[in-house]
Design a protein around this ligand. Structure first.
Ligand code: ADP
Ligand code: ASP
Ligand code: MG
Length: 472
């Protein structure tokens, strides 16, 4: 069997959902289980509604909910038969009435707890998986809705809950596998889960990819397919650099590094479950389904290219900690890291000198409190609006003077921190957020202009195929 995950843009409207139905039908012999996100922008809207309610902006919250109610009705109506819609419409009404009540409740309390936020945001995946299931039934498929809360068991860290692998495996085998064995197509919402006690949770933004990988791993799938709106994992974000090329094959390690450092096409945790069972992950384009996409596997074939891709992660804060008494002392770094640890804040890049340490974090909210704690032991400065740029490739180890070439290509762009990962498959540096597009374009020109055709698509091939397909 295989798992097929469709992201927000692949299910953004009735035409897109219909397209996914055709894609799933085309794979029927491989016995697919489907994971779907909320329709595009729905999660953002739900988060905004929750936030507005928490701030007492009742009308604004309800207005956002009204827009979503309308969008879900219109989408469902267009996709399914009149009889199906007659049954589904009251259900949607009930769900959105409950959402309204919930938002009013949050407003009355004047506070949005992480637990309530998860409940609000769950509507996106819960309702879309319901609509997608009905639409597949209307297209002659034996689709069955699987409530993600019965399968994706997590801990109670709302907003970024940790999946409980053993529980998920157990439940997937009990609730999902029998459906597949019976020739049905299970359809489950991604991103959401529940604690063992049944309390709604979510596993982090972009988490539907992770849900798909967890399900695939739990069911020992032959492949995990991540369907999105680009031809695969590209040499860089095609929105920043239109010359970006599709990567044909990449290793789990390289893909994980790229995802972690900002390649939004894949959630960073996705490859973990796949690695453990050595299940290939494919990134495919629902707008161009005949394109072969990107294959992510344990070991990518040898290539001449030094780098596979460039990623960038914005909204990074640099924290500079300076203490003269660090000179010759030990235990100082530990006391600094302990402060970040106490605030549950993870550090990405670190560089040290005799008396100072600079580090980067991607959380802005926690910084003032962290700085206040650090000030007890050192002088502290922090600056937001930075970005981490990361070049990834397994051949870095074997390429001398590569860092010099990277920094020469950047020219006058000011580099604030540098680090070469311990895994030796990345070169990472920190620059001003505003310099990201220019830095990426320069690096892309330097390293991918004559890229190895065995590893990368020829220039322009992917985008022209996509636009041809789109024009149909
Ligand atoms: P989905 O809704 O399918 O989950 P996402 O928006 O999460 O889609 O991810 C797809 C987007 O990721 C693409 O439209 C692209 O702009 C962006 N992206 C960033 N870096 C890369 C990259 N290296 N390769 C491909 N896409 C990338
Ligand atoms: N809908 C969720 C989000 O926008 C999960 C996902 O799309 O992967 O973050
Ligand atoms: Mg995504």
């Amino acid at each position: 069997m295989i798992v097929m995950k469709f992201g927000g843009t692949s299910v953004m409207d009735p035409t897109a959902i219909d397209r996914t139905a055709q894609i799933v039908k085309g794979r029927a012999v491989r016995r697919p289980a489907v994971v779907v996100s909320a329709m595009s922008r729905v999660t953002d809207a739900l988060l905004a509604a929750g936030k507005a309610a928490g701030e007492g902006q009742r009308e604004q919250a309800l207005e956002l909910a009204r827009g979503l109610r309308q969008r879900h009705h219109t989408t469902a109506k267009e996709l399914i038969t009149a009889a199906q819609y007659a049954a589904l419409a009251p259900e949607l009404e009930r769900e959105f009435d409950t959402l309204d009540e919930l938002l009013k409740g949050i407003c009355a309390v004047g506070e949005l707890s992480p637990r309530s936020s998860d409940y609000v945001v769950s509507y996106g995946e819960r309702l879309n998986s319901r609509i997608v299931t009905e639409s597949y039934l209307a297209r002659g498929m034996r689709a069955t809705l699987v409530d993600a809360r019965r399968v994706m068991i997590t801990d109670a860290q709302h907003g970024k809950a940790i999946p409980q692998i053993d529980q998920i495996e157990h439940r997937a085998k009990n609730f999902v596998r029998p459906l597949i064995e019976d020739g049905q197509v299970p359809v489950m919402g991604g991103f959401i889960g529940a604690t063992e006690q049944g309390v709604q949770t979510t596993i982090g933004r972009g988490g539907s990819d992770f849900s798909a990988a967890l399900l695939g791993s739990a069911l020992d799938a032959e492949a995990i397919e991540i369907w999105t709106d680009v031809d695969g994992m590209m040499t860089t974000d095609p929105r920043i650099c239109p010359d970006a090329r599709r990567i044909r094959v990449i290793s789990f390690e390289e893909a994980a590094e790229l995802a972690y450092f900002g390649a939004k096409v894949l959630h960073p945790a996705t490859v973990l479950p796949a690695v453990q069972k050595n299940i290939p992950v494919l990134i495919l384009n629902s707008l161009n389904p005949r394109n072969e996409g990107t294959l992510i596997v344990g070991r990518a074939p040898k290539s001449k290219a030094t780098f596979k891709a460039i990623a960038a992660k914005k909204r990074i804060t640099i924290v500079d900690v300076v203490a003269a008494r660090m000179l010759g002392a030990h235990g100082f770094l530990k006391s600094i890291f302990d402060v970040f640890d106490r605030h549950h804040c993870s550090i990405d890049v670190v560089s040290t000198s005799e008396v100072s340490v600079s580090l980067t974090v991607d959380s802005n909210e926690a910084i003032p409190a962290i700085a206040a704690d650090l000030e007890k032991i050192a002088d502290v400065k922090y600056a937001g609006r930075n970005a981490i740029v990361c070049l990834v490739g397994e051949n870095i180890r074997e390429t001398p003077e590569i860092a010099a070439r990277v920094f020469a290509a950047l020219g006058a762009i000011n580099v604030r921190m540098i680090s070469q990962g311990a895994s030796e498959i990345n070169i990472t540096f920190v620059i001003d957020e505003e310099d990201v597009p220019e830095a990426i374009r320069r690096l892309h020109k330097e390293f991918f202009a004559e890229a190895d055709p065995e590893v990368f698509d020829t220039p322009g091939a992917s985008s022209s195929e996509t636009s041809r397909e789109r024009a149909r």
